[in-house]
Write a protein that binds this ligand. Structure first.
Ligand code: NG6
Ligand code: CA
Length: 525
């Protein structure tokens, strides 16, 4: 309590200080020094792997990403940029709270009727930015739950983003392979007709309800595993729903909608510092890009969805330029987890892969603790402030909260942002700036602190695999029963050769460091 009170007093002072700075928007950063109050746009791709874009090795004959490549050419491209987990919900949880999701029960992949996972009393990155006078918005995929016990789809969907620091939200509430296919603007389902209420559940609502099993031959994209419940737009999903017909969207239109809403919001807020979390759904399944992008890569809809994502990045830069904001806005481009090919639909991702390497030189991908699970494209861009180049520093999406708050002079309560470190100098590419010395890599995190983890420290990579005890069905509590292995990422980026025996001291040190970070309950001190 004490920290929260102090936090608000301090924040009020910071707000007064920065509202005058806000009036100087146009003059900021003209002398080449980092503006104290840049606009911040976090563009988070969904399931984008390390090798999925041109500047990280994708060949143009497979997938072209000119706009993302340009961001990298004019900005700073990280070779050790990470998200904190290899699935969506925990990475997003950690991005917004600055705390590893495995420390918080129930923060794994959220289901269609998940309640809000970030509780209103948790201090978040948008809270901290609001305290610095920022207007804040999230536009795109949420997948962090809505409502107290479960979403009230026909009423007020709260708590949600507006209760944790966002001034505006325009959401795909879950993830688009899960029901329902409706937009949620602030607290309400957009265009919902009260005469046609929306029902969402996990059981078939009536015997004649069409599903991906009963009407498989009518589907425009077949499923490969799971994803065989309610059908909408010719695609069967995870979960069931009825009603809300006037509110339903077409999958093909999502990217256009995110850009349209972002453009309107940026124009409305351009006279004060703003923070936009642009949460693209590309290239998560079902991969249904707009008709104008279909066939634009030779790697099928998976590649086409990356082309669509690239278009969105170009649009954001266009909007900034048109509004005269590009020199005063920091863009962070990142992903929420690594790559996956077949994630539940038969969209030819495997068949049309050609020689494309979604995870680049790394092993694993989505759901995994190998590098391919969390090491992803990561670019910072701020013309005139960030010197273009390539950085080998280790940075993670979880660090944005503390990095930005520190840059803005906002105090972070001691009991908040427990794992978010200030790596702002590294994000800005300042000379000699260091990123992290180590990083925990989470999978979906169902095991909590008894789970399976990757742990990177310098060039070394520790893998710790924990399975449930066969008799008790509980996760092993004894670290001695967990399987640990060690890899030298410089020599072996694909984590093939366990070198624990050859490096006993490093192995022991990394095991102890990881265990301590799990036991301590925090890594920001
Ligand atoms: C899995 C789904 C997968 C995807 C993932 C979440 C099945 C068989 N698999 O449970 O398709 O939805 O959850 O992806 O249903 S994420 O990127 O949002 O974390
Ligand atoms: Ca994802």
């Amino acid at each position: 309590m004490k920290f929260r009170t102090l936090f608000f007093i301090h924040s009020a002072l910071v707000t007064i200080h920065y509202s005058s700075a806000a009036a100087e928007q146009d003059q900021r950063a003209t002398d080449g020094s980092a503006s104290p109050t840049p606009n911040v746009i976090v563009i988070m791709a969904d399931d984008l792997g390390y090798g999925d874009v041109g500047c990280y090795g994708a060949k143009p004959e497979n997938i072209k990403t000119p706009h993302i490549d340009q961001l990298a050419t004019e900005g700073l491209q990280f070779t050790s940029g990470y998200c904190s987990a290899s699935t969506c919900t925990p990475t997003r949880y950690a991005l917004l709270t600055g705390t590893h999701a495995f420390r918080v029960k129930g923060s794994g992949i959220a289901g269609p009727n998940s309640p809000a996972l970030i509780k209103p009393d948790v201090v978040t990155m948008p809270d901290l930015l609001q305290k610095a006078g920022y207007k804040t918005a999230v536009i795109g995929k949420w997948h962090l739950g809505l409502g107290d016990k479960q979403p009230d789809w026909n009423g007020d969907l709260k708590p949600g983003p507006l209760e944790i620091g966002f001034d505006y939200s325009f959401l795909l509430p879950t993830t688009n392979d899960r029901v329902p296919q409706v937009y949620v603007e602030n607290h309400r389902v957009l265009n919902l007709d009260p005469k046609d209420p929306l029902w969402v559940g996990h059981k078939k609502p009536s015997p004649d309800h069409k599903t991906g099993i009963s009407h498989r031959d009518e589907l425009k994209m077949d499923w490969s595993h799971g994803h065989n419940s309610t059908i909408h737009n010719g695609i069967s999903r995870i979960g069931f729903y009825t009603g809300g017909h006037a509110a339903r969207f077409r999958d093909e239109d999502l990217a256009d909608k995110w850009v349209e809403k972002s453009e309107a919001w940026i124009k409305q807020n351009k006279d004060n510092p703003f923070f936009l979390f642009f949460a693209s759904h590309d290239l998560h399944v079902p991969r249904i890009p707009h008709e104008r992008f279909q066939g634009k890569s030779r790697t099928g809809y998976r590649g086409d969805a990356i082309v669509q994502l690239d278009w969105c990045v170009g649009e954001i830069v266009r909007i900034l330029k048109e509004q005269g904001l590009e020199k005063n806005t920091m863009i962070v481009f990142c992903s929420d987890n690594g790559s996956v090919l077949d994630d539940g639909y038969k969209d030819d991702a495997v068949e049309k892969l050609h020689d494309h390497q979604p995870a680049g030189p790394y092993a694993g991908g989505k759901y995994k603790i190998q590098e391919g699970g969390t090491r992803t494209p990561f670019i910072t861009y701020w013309p005139g402030t960030i010197n273009p180049g390539v950085s080998e520093q280790i940075v993670c999406t979880i660090d944005l909260a503390t990095s930005l708050a520190t840059h803005l002079g906002v105090a972070i309560p001691e009991d908040a942002c427990l794992d978010s470190l200030d790596v702002m100098p590294a994000l800005l590419g300042q000379e000699g700036a260091k990123g992290r010395s180590n990083l925990i890599q989470q999978d979906n995190g169902n095991g909590g602190t008894l789970g399976t983890f990757g742990y990177r420290s310098g060039k070394w990579k520790l893998q710790r695999k924990n399975a449930s005890d066969r008799k008790t069905k509980m996760a092993n509590e004894d670290p001695a029963k967990m399987k640990h292995t060690l890899y030298d990422l410089d020599a072996d980026p694909a984590e093939k050769n366990n070198v624990a025996k050859q490096n006993p001291e490093v192995f022991a040190r990394l095991k102890a460091e990881l265990q301590k970070q799990l036991d301590d309950g925090r890594t920001r001190h």
